[in-house]
Structure formats: structure tokens, C-alpha cells
Ligand binder design. Structure first.
Ligand code: ZN
Length: 194
């Protein structure tokens, strides 16, 4: 299993880590844990998130337990490259909401010697692979799937279930609309709702 590697100061080596899973699985907490450890090691750290995510704060990555660190909201993935010169560790939260260019951006950073840590939803509420996350998983050195607990049966949750029917994919600020479900409970809820 992958544990944080110290940056080699004499030879810059970059790589990509992806932290993914359903809502309420602790992705942001895990991202923050890794970034805080890098900061303790006096590494230059920058955190980015898509401008679209304004649930709590314009300037912080905030996990649901309010364990927060400062971040920079950007409108496009390309902006991350412009703001990442001389940065040793780049964190990206809510990566599923970025354009597909985020894949190339993360790889360019890693090629240039930056450690890139990306957190994002693996699937949307319909169970479809979410935006650029599959491409990030494919090109990452390290992938961590984290899991929530199914609110119906207590097994490992795999899906983000939307409790109300709505075609709009992004419903920020309304996380109460969602619940984590295991594969079986998700499948059962979808067949009974139709
Ligand atoms: Zn279940």
C-alpha cells in the first residue's frame, strides 16, 4: 500500500495520486491529511478546486468534519498550471467538476516533478463514471478508493444516491439530497422508484 514518500530534494520526481469514492466517503479528509503532512515537511503546497463549488467557502477546502485548509478556486483546469510554478505538491479537490483538460494538466505537473493529489467522485448519482475522473485514475501512479457506509444496511457504500428525482447533475449546497448506499440497496432503490 502506498504511504507518502518524502520528496527527493536532489532529483525532482513527480507522480499522481487519486483519492476517489462516493459522497460521504472521506475523500476530502484524506486529501487534507496528505497535504497537511507535506506542509509539516516544509514542502510548498497549493490546493485548487473548481469555481463551481461554493457550498461553504470561497477560499477553503472544507471536509464535512470542518477540518479545513485554504484553497484557490479556479474556473478552468488550465489556470492550475499558471498558478503552480515552484510548487512541490498540488492538491485538487472536487476534480470531477473540472473540464477534461484537468487530466493533461495533472500529467504535465507530474512530468515536471510535482506531486499531484487529486480527490473526486468516481461516479455520478446515476452510477456513471464522472467526467475526467476515469482518465485521472488511468494515468495516476496511485489510486485510493475510499468508502462511505450504506445508510440502509451498514455495508460498504459504493453509490451516491439522490433521494429526489432531478435531472440536474450538479446540485451544490444541497448535500442533504444525497445518501451513500451499497450496490444492492442502490439497485433496489432504483428499481422500486421507477
Ligand atoms: Zn446497503
Amino acid at each position: 500500500m502506498f504511504i507518502e514518500s518524502p520528496a527527493n530534494k536532489t532529483e525532482k520526481r513527480g507522480w499522481i495520486e487519486v483519492i476517489t469514492g462516493s459522497m460521504f466517503s472521506g475523500k476530502t479528509e484524506e486529501l487534507i491529511r496528505r497535504l497537511k503532512r507535506a506542509k509539516i515537511a516544509m514542502q510548498q503546497v497549493e490546493i485548487f478546486k473548481p469555481q463551481i463549488d461554493t457550498r461553504y467557502s470561497e477560499e477553503e477546502v472544507i471536509s464535512h468534519d470542518e477540518n479545513a485548509i485554504m484553497s484557490t478556486p479556479v474556473t478552468t483546469a488550465g489556470n492550475i498550471l499558471l498558478l503552480s510554478s515552484d510548487v512541490e505538491v498540488v492538491g485538487v479537490d472536487e476534480a470531477q467538476f473540472f473540464d477534461m483538460g484537468i487530466i493533461e494538466v495533472c500529467n504535465q505537473l507530474a512530468n515536471g516533478g510535482t506531486r499531484v493529489i487529486v480527490a473526486g467522485l468516481d461516479m455520478d448519482y446515476l452510477g456513471r463514471p464522472f467526467g475526467p475522473i476515469p482518465g485521472l485514475i488511468a494515468t495516476a501512479e496511485f489510486v485510493t478508493k475510499v468508502h462511505a457506509i450504506c445508510v440502509k444496511c451498514g455495508n460498504i457504500a459504493h453509490h451516491t444516491h439522490r433521494k429526489m428525482d432531478d435531472e440536474k447533475l450538479v446540485l451544490l449546497g444541497e448535500k442533504d439530497l444525497y445518501e451513500p448506499l451499497c450496490r444492492k440497496c442502490y439497485f433496489d432503490s432504483r428499481t422500486t422508484n421507477v
